[in-house]
Design a protein around this ligand. Structure first.
Ligand code: ATP
Length: 426
C-alpha cells in the first residue's frame, strides 16, 4: 500500500494542488479511479486521469477548469465532464450507480457514494481509488479486493450479469488480458462464453461494437493473441457468422504488425483494424462483407475502403507476382494502398511481392518529376486536365527508365501532341 501512496505522489503537483483547492472549497471528496490507480500498481505508469467526485461532478469540473485554465466539456446525461487544453486528458464524473433497463442498452444513472460507483465497474482491477482531495497520505481504497486479484493475475467481474448488462466488457477483458498480462478468471470466462452464446451482443449498437472492436485491434502489443482470444470466445461470429481466421492468417497479421512499425511515417494515422480486416475479409463473399460493415456501422468514409480492402490487396499481389510487370504498374497498384496494406504485402513472405514492395518504398514511390505543369504552359500548352495526364505519363516513363530527367519536357510535349491529334481524329 505504501508503494501505491508513494506513486500517487508522482501526479503533477500543480494538478494535485488545484484538485485539492477545488475539492476543499466545494466540500466534495474526489478520487482518482479506474485505469490510473490500476496502472500505478501494475507498472508505475500513469495513464489517463479519471476522477470521481462525491458531489456535483460538473460543478467540480467547471471550477477545476477555471483554476487550471482549461475548458470543460459536459456530458450531462451521465454526469461526466472532460477537461481539455491541459496537456493530459482529464475525465471527471459524479459518483453514480447504473441501472440497465435492458441488456446491452445504455444505463440509467443516479448519484451515489463512491463505494457503489466502484461496484458498477467492469473488473475488480479497475475498482481501486485514491483519495486526492485531502492531500497526503493519499489513502488507497481497495473495496473489491483488486490488489489480491492483481497479485494472482486475474480479471474478475463484480457480478454474474456483468457481461449480459454490457457485453463490451468481454472485449475490454480481452484487451486488458493482452495489455496488463492478466487473464479472465474461470468464472469470467464461463460467463463470457455463456453471454456470447445467449446473444448478449445482439442488442449492442453498431457504434459501440465498432468502437470497442477497433480499440481492441490497436497495433500495440501482441495483436495475434487478442485475435486468437476473440476466436476462442466465439466473438468473430458476432461480427459475421462466416468470418474465419486461420493460424496462417494470425501469423500473417502478427508479421504485418511488426513490418508496420518499420515503415516510414505517413500523414494518415496507423489503425490496427485496417491491418486485420483485409485478412478477415478473405473469408467473406461480397454480401457477407457488406453485412459485416453494416453490423459495425462502419463510417461512410471508411466503407468503400473496407469493402475493397481485400480485393485491392489481392490485385496488388497478382500484379507484383507477374513476371512481366513494369515499375509503373507496380506504382499504380501500390500507390492507392494504405500503409497497413503495404505492411501485409511485406509480411506475406513471397519473394517477388516483398522485393517489389521494398523497391517501391525505397525508390519508386518518391520519384518526382523535375518538370512542372507551369513549364508546359510556358512552352505554349493550353492549361487544363491534359497537362495533368501528360505529367502522369511522363512520371511513369521515368519510373520505367525509358526516359531520363533531361528528357521529361520533350516526352510530355509529345504526349500532349499525340493526345490532341487523337482528339482531332475523334
Ligand atoms: P485504458 O487505460 O485502456 O484507457 P481504462 O480502464 O482507463 O483503460 P476507460 O475506457 O478509460 O479504460 O475507462 C475508465 C474506467 O471506467 C475503467 O477503469 C472502468 O472502471 C470504467 N469502465 C469503462 N468502461 C466500462 C464498462 N463498459 N463497464 C464498466 N466499467 C467501465
Amino acid at each position: 500500500m505504501q508503494l501505491l501512496e508513494d506513486r500517487a505522489r508522482r501526479i503533477d503537483r500543480d494538478l494535485l494542488e488545484a484538485i485539492q483547492q477545488v475539492s476543499q472549497r466545494l466540500g466534495y471528496r474526489v478520487y482518482l479511479v479506474g485505469g490510473a490507480p490500476r496502472d500505478l500498481v501494475l507498472s508505475g505508469r500513469l495513464g489517463d486521469f479519471d476522477l470521481v467526485v462525491e458531489g456535483e461532478g460538473e460543478e467540480f469540473a467547471r471550477a477545476l477548469a477555471e483554476v487550471l485554465g482549461g475548458t470543460a466539456r459536459m456530458h450531462s446525461r451521465f454526469g461526466t465532464a472532460e477537461l481539455k487544453g491541459l496537456g493530459e486528458r482529464l475525465d471527471i464524473a459524479t459518483a453514480r450507480t447504473e441501472c440497465y433497463g435492458s441488456p446491452a442498452a445504455l444505463p440509467e444513472v443516479e448519484p451515489s457514494p463512491l463505494t457503489e460507483d466502484l461496484l458498477r465497474r467492469d473488473f475488480s482491477v479497475n475498482t481501486l481509488a485514491i483519495e486526492l482531495g485531502e492531500g497526503p497520505p493519499y489513502e488507497v481504497l481497495d473495496t473489491c479486493h483488486a490488489l489480491e486479484d492483481m497479485k494472482n493475475g486475474r480479471l474478475r467481474v463484480l457480478h454474474d450479469d456483468s457481461f449480459t448488462d454490457d457485453p463490451t466488457r468481454i472485449l475490454r477483458g480481452i484487451r486488458f488480458e493482452s495489455r496488463l498480462g492478466l487473464r479472465l478468471d474461470d468464472a469470467a470466462e464461463r460467463m463470457a462464453r455463456a453471454a456470447v452464446a445467449d446473444g448478449a451482443f445482439d442488442a449492442l449498437s453498431g457504434d459501440r461494437l465498432r468502437r470497442e472492436v477497433f480499440r481492441l485491434l490497436e497495433p500495440v502489443g501482441s495483436i495475434e493473441s487478442r485475435l486468437s482470444r476473440l476466436g476462442e470466445l466465439g466473438l468473430l461470429s458476432i461480427l459475421n457468422p462466416g468470418l474465419r481466421l486461420s493460424g496462417e492468417d494470425l501469423i500473417w497479421i502478427g508479421r504485418a504488425a511488426t513490418e508496420l512499425e518499420g515503415l516510414p511515417p505517413d500523414t494518415a494515422e496507423v489503425e490496427g483494424w485496417r491491418l486485420v480486416f483485409p485478412v478477415l475479409y478473405g473469408s467473406l463473399d461480397k454480401r457477407a462483407g457488406e453485412e459485416t460493415a453494416d453490423r459495425l456501422s462502419i463510417r461512410p468514409e471508411d466503407r468503400d475502403w473496407l469493402l475493397g480492402s481485400r480485393r485491392d490487396l489481392d490485385h496488388a499481389i497478382e500484379v507484383l507476382r507477374r513476371p512481366s510487370s513494369k515499375p509503373h504498374e507496380i506504382d499504380r497498384v501500390l500507390r492507392p494502398l494504405r500503409r497497413e496494406q503495404i505492411a501485409l504485402l511485406l509480411a506475406l513472405g513471397d519473394p517477388p511481392v516483398v522485393q517489389w514492395t521494398r523497391r517501391w518504398l525505397q525508390e519508386l514511390r518518391s520519384l518526382s518529376l523535375t518538370l512542372t505543369g507551369q513549364e508546359l504552359v510556358d512552352a505554349g500548352c493550353a492549361p487544363g486536365p491534359s497537362i495533368g495526364r501528360a505529367l502522369v505519363a511522363t512520371r511513369e516513363a521515368r519510373l520505367d527508365g525509358s526516359i531520363t530527367a533531361e528528357g521529361e519536357l520533350q516526352f510530355a510535349l509529345s504526349e500532349l501532341k499525340s493526345e490532341s491529334r487523337k482528339a482531332g481524329r475523334e
